[in-house]
Ligand binder design. Structure first.
Ligand code: X90
Length: 276
């Protein structure tokens, strides 16, 4: 086994067609329940449970051991994590990479801090796979994937910031917006990999036009775009339609959030990763 791509479950991907791919799951823990973010996690049941649940809920990133195991015995490993500014996942993967190198002195490994989440991570994993299929060397893949990441972005629409705020993942001023009923917060991943509010949409109908405005101001011109949603297929389809109206050649793929992204993006949330 020559190459392996490993990504944590914040990338919402369990299989990458044609690639030797492994997902390192994060966990969502409301009270004494535990949802491990694997392909068979019951995300619908979790979201339903969280609607009524008023107690404490936390999340946990993969352990160093989880990562070492996921890296396995490949000759070259490419690992993609959620932003190091909101999770310990990158840190765990970076330490695991050191351990793995001691066990595999001939092996090559690189851990990418996506400074993002969800669909922007997916785009990066797809790019790495594409570069590998082109027969690029380890060094070329790392360099070109980094370059690619500097031109992709993450935009999102959130109906609630409750879980982000309660887990200290957003600054106090942003957390205050969490209680604003009927308001969707539109935001982006900042260059530092933090959540940066950029606008608001009052009511369902305003969301897609607001997202379109942001997409274009962030440089989207009809390239690859991945829309991940938390039980909001209608919103995602609407956005897809608008994107295709404006950019008929766009490569748009819709997908659903896994457990981790569903917990933080919450019901109705949409995450959009795209090429700028
Ligand atoms: O280590 C852990 O316990 C995981 C913590 C993850 C916290 C953030 C998850 C964000 C998921 C929600 C909206 C997008 C914000 C992206 C900002 C970079 C998606």
């Amino acid at each position: 086994m020559k190459h392996k791509i490993v990504m944590d479950s914040a990338g919402d991907l369990h299989v990458l067609d044609g690639a030797n791919f492994s997902c390192a799951p994060l966990k969502v823990m409301p009270g004494d329940r535990e949802y491990v973010d694997t392909a068979d996690a019951n995300v619908a049941e979790m979201v339903e449970f969280l609607r009524e649940y008023k107690g404490k809920a936390s999340t946990a990133c993969p352990s160093i051991g989880d990562y070492v195991e996921a890296f396995g015995d490949a000759e070259e490993v490419y690992c993609v994590t959620i932003t190091s500014n909101l999770s310990g996942s990158y840190n765990a993967a970076a330490i695991a990479a050191e351990t793995w190198k001691e066990q595999h002195p001939q092996g090559k490994i690189h851990v990418f801090d996506s400074l993002s989440a969800g669909p922007e991570m997916t785009l990066l994993a797809e790019k790495i796979h594409c570069l590998l299929q082109e027969g690029r060397s380890f060094e070329e893949v790392v360099e070109q994937a980094k370059e690619y990441l500097s031109h992709t972005h993450l935009l999102f629409s959130l109906e609630s910031l409750h879980n982000l705020a309660n887990n200290g993942r957003v600054p106090g001023a942003v957390a205050k917006l969490a209680g604003m009923l009927g308001l969707r917060l539109i935001g982006k991943a900042s260059d530092q990999g933090t959540l940066q509010p950029t606008g608001k949409a009052r009511g369902e109908k305003k969301v897609v036009p607001e997202l379109m405005k942001h997409l274009e101001s962030m440089g989207y011109q009809g390239g690859r775009i991945r829309i991940h949603h938390c039980f909001n297929a209608a919103g995602a389809e609407d956005l897809k339609r608008s994107v295709l109206e404006k950019f008929p050649g766009a490569d748009v793929v819709l997908s659903t959030c896994g457990a981790l992204c569903s917990f933080y993006a919450e019901l109705g949330g949409m995450l959009i990763g795209f090429e700028g």
